[in-house]
Design a protein. Structure first.
Length: 140
């Protein structure tokens, strides 16, 4: 199945000036937000190899990865809000925390307009996702 075979589109957008380790870290955290919000129906069955060893289940649909600059990330956040699409969010302050509670506190301390967004994740109907993601390029 391809991206268009699903009712929704799942996507991660990371800021283009991050170090490689930061891009990977942000992608992992944002993917967990998408999976948590998607619910059990978005998770497949466990994987089994030919020796019957079991592996964890995965998200059933592809996740597209994009990159863009800081200003465009702000635009994407605004577009998502206008379309009432909830997003997973990662801010630069979260790089200096060590746990979920501190991550939430770091976001809570900053007004929306002042968030230093380094990544967004979303899973939304194609029309909404395409409108929000307009103008961003696939990560390369």
């Amino acid at each position: 199945m391809g991206v268009t075979d699903f009712d929704t589109k799942a996507a991660i957008v990371v800021r283009d000036d991050l170090a490689v380790w930061q891009r990977l870290n942000v992608t992992a955290f944002l993917t967990s937000g998408i999976v948590a919000a998607a619910g059990a129906g978005a998770i497949g069955d466990p994987y089994l190899d030919a020796d019957d060893r079991e592996y964890l289940p995965l998200l059933v649909q592809p996740v597209l990865i994009f990159e863009t600059d800081a200003q465009r990330l702000r635009t994407l956040l605004e577009r998502a809000e206008r379309r009432e699409v909830r997003v997973a969010l990662y801010t630069s302050e979260m790089f200096s925390t060590g746990n979920d509670s501190d991550n939430r506190a770091a976001v809570r301390a900053v007004p929306t307009a002042d968030l230093d967004v380094v990544g967004l994740g979303l899973r939304a109907p194609h029309r909404d996702a395409d409108a929000i993601l307009r103008g961003v390029s696939r990560h390369g």
